[in-house]
Design a protein around this ligand. Structure first.
Ligand SMILES: Nc1ncnc2c1ncn2[C@@H]1O[C@H](COP(=O)(O)OP(=O)(O)OP(=O)(O)O)[C@@H](O)[C@H]1O
Length: 637
């Protein structure tokens, strides 16, 4: 008898009973069948359910996707079983993070396999949750014992939270027994491990609000400090209700918020308000982590607050967190899109979880794999990289798994394969989508059983390694075409990392261009002191289909052609896209034009919107107008 209790949510009677038969035959306990969201909710209240098989269109107004949102909140895994192939609906379904997706008509084994994979993923996410809890707890205790100023302690704790509770801004308030706020600070992220800490006064200076106005707002509508998650409509609602939140959100372009308050023994309260530029990012799991840590945090924060109250130091900008190691020396860029990739690496690197890195060619997937290996406990052992697309079909098995002497014509000696070579370390399987279908089963076995078999070998060989795979193909499409195994995909996709193309993180272009100039200066004997603005403008306008690899080649070529230490924009041959990115009918719309222009100016001002030297000043419009344009045109920092 299997232990999972499964609920079937399906409105077609025949399908529902077929699913029930398959599950019962395999020894699962089916707690019930619901044909609508309402009935499903009633059954979920009555029974403890471990997994839900969920159709999308059901009886009644609500769909399976609506129920999925509830299941996400209560952290019950679910697998869609649907015939729906409408792209919009599938996108919405994907955003609910299902544990699997089975397309009707299905085979019995598709259902059972998907449940096995869901179990594996759940175990994995539980392990990940426990390791993040342990890490944060130890870190908070450790940092509070160090001899540091309170500002540095707070910054250290905030930056340690980042991979587990992503944020772009934190508002921190200390509230006394009398309900008065005695301390208010803000923390913004500048780079992977760089944060700015500033006081309420500095925030006011930045926004142009007077202290009197600020006090009036705070007194008239004090911000609620009750624990809550504000996403979607709730975020819009709380912004309307709390002008302070609205001001913070518009100033820093923030779209979700999580509030957690800690109650200290002396009666004081410390409220953490996490904000993110990503919509709908905060989930109950984030609050759970804070709840788990509240005992430790309440004790340690009391001590940090005592330091603050002692007032030995005035608050100053501390952009560099001094304890931070340089984790990502070879990865250049500080766009939000890249930083969230680095946060993911930080979470997954110390675990042994398999990672699937997706992204277009030249986006830096191999660089990401190297960072994961470098930050893992396997870093004293090798990382062996194999490009699955470059291996000859008849040798690939022997190259990966090795062979015994005489196992095939030409096998004059025994040879160990890449898997054995990587033993103890990491194997990086690049272009995994190109791996021949029959070898995928062997790879799955290596993943599951942690053993491989040499060609002609008599017995399996145990290997202890981590698998990181990368692809620029859409593996879901490859599965649909029958070229990639669904079970292998789900095993590899336990921790997916998508690396966005360069055109989606254009603010990284200036940093990358400068980095490549420095990187190649010595070898080329070219000393280039700066990149001219007109040269940079051309780089910013181009769409970079070859991504970072293409940018590096372009910079190399331009350096070679440069004279007197000057880069010349006329040497850039960036194809027609460089002239003007064109829409389908060959004409760029006014809106596209405006968007590109704002992005270029923002990049030139290093993202600064308001104040002297900011983008608003250069564009000759008020900062508030620019902010609303940024929002309307969906320009992400
Ligand atoms: N963020 C970055 N900072 C600096 N250099 C980078 C960065 N990302 C990638 N590169 C450089 O760009 C080049 C291409 O990167 P990489 O080989 O990792 O891309 P890839 O996505 O694995 O490409 P492919 O899919 O073609 O294998 C490399 O020379 C790499 O060092």
């Amino acid at each position: 008898m299997k232990t999972e209790k499964i609920l079937i949510v399906e409105d077609e009677f025949i399908v529902a009973h077929d699913l029930q038969m398959i599950l019962q035959r395999a020894g699962y306990h089916v707690v019930g069948i619901a044909d609508s969201v309402k009935n499903a909710q009633a059954l979920l209240e009555k029974h403890q359910v471990d997994l839900v098989l969920l159709d999308i269109y059901l009886k009644g107004r609500l769909t399976g996707i609506d129920l999925a949102r509830d299941l996400m909140k209560s952290q019950i895994p679910f697998i869609y079983v649907s015939a729906n192939s409408n792209e919009k609906v599938l996108e919405a379904a994907k955003s609910t993070c299902p544990y699997g997706f089975i397309v009707k008509p299905y085979r019995d084994r598709d259902i059972l396999l998907s449940i096995d994979i869901a179990r594996y993923r759940r175990e994995n996410s539980n392990n990940m949750k426990m390791s993040s809890e342990r890490f944060m707890q130890d870190f908070i205790v450790d940092i509070s014992m160090k001899s540091l100023t309170w500002q540095k302690k707070i910054l250290a704790i905030a930056s340690a939270f980042q991979p587990y509770i992503p944020f772009d801004f934190i508002a921190l308030s200390g509230i006394g027994k009398d309900g008065k706020r005695y301390s208010e600070i803000g923390i913004t992220r500048k780079n992977f491990n760089q944060y700015d800490l500033f006081t309420a006064n500095e925030f006011l200076k930045y926004t142009g609000l007077s202290v009197a106005e600020y006090d009036t707002i705070n007194q008239l509508v004090p911000e609620t400090t009750a624990d809550a998650i504000y996403i979607g409509d709730d975020f819009e609602g709380v912004k309307r209700a709390a002008p302070m939140k609205n001001l913070i959100a518009t100033t820093y372009h923030l779209y979700s918020n999580l509030v957690k308050t800690f109650y200290l023994e002396n009666g004081d309260q410390i409220s953490f308000s996490f904000y993110s530029r990503t919509e709908n990012i905060y989930q109950p799991a984030h609050m759970e982590l804070l709840n788990f840590l509240s005992g430790t945090l309440e004790k340690k924060l009391a001590h940090i607050i005592e330091l603050e109250k002692a007032g030995t130091e005035s608050v100053l900008h501390q952009s560099d967190y001094p304890l931070a190691k340089k984790d990502f020396e070879n990865i250049i860029g500080k766009s939000t899109a890249l930083l969230s990739v680095l946060d993911k690496i930080k979470i997954v690197a110390p675990t042994d979880t398999s990672v699937l890195i997706t992204g277009d060619s030249g986006t830096g997937k191999e660089e990401i794999a190297k960072s994961i290996h470098r930050l893992s406990h396997r870093n004293t052992k090798p990382m062996v990289a194999v490009n699955c697309a470059a291996l000859p079909a008849d040798l690939i098995e022997s190259i990966l798994f090795g062979h015994e002497k005489g196992s095939f014509t030409g096998a004059l000696n025994a040879r160990i394969g890449k898997f054995e070579e990587a033993n103890g370390g990491t194997i990086f399987l690049d272009e995994i989508g190109e791996m021949p279908f029959d070898l995928q089963a062997k790879l799955l076995r290596a993943l599951q059983e942690k053993e491989i078999e040499r060609i002609g070998g008599k017995q399996p060989i145990k290997v202890d390694l981590r698998i990181i795979a990368a692809t620029n193909l859409n593996l879901e499409k490859e599965i649909a075409k029958g070229r990639f195994r669904l079970d292998l995909f789900y095993r590899l996709n336990v921790f997916p990392i998508h690396v966005p193309p360069l055109c989606r993180r254009k603010t990284d272009i200036p940093l990358l261009a400068e980095y490549f100039v420095q990187k190649h200066a010595k070898a080329l004997g070219k000393n280039i002191s700066e990149i001219p603005a007109d040269f940079m403008d051309r780089l910013m306008l181009y769409d970079w289909p070859g991504n970072i690899r293409e940018l590096e080649h372009v910079m190399l070529r331009s350096m070679l052609l440069s004279s007197n230490g000057k880069l010349n924009p006329d040497h850039l041959e960036l194809g027609i896209k460089n002239e003007e990115p064109l829409t389908q009918n060959g004409i760029k719309t006014i809106i596209d034009n405006e968007r590109d222009h704002i992005i270029r100016v923002l990049a030139r001002c290093k993202g600064k919107v308001a104040g002297s030297g900011g983008a608003a000043e250069l564009l000759g419009i008020p900062a508030t107008t620019l902010n609303s344009k940024i929002k309307k045109l969906n320009i992400k920092r």
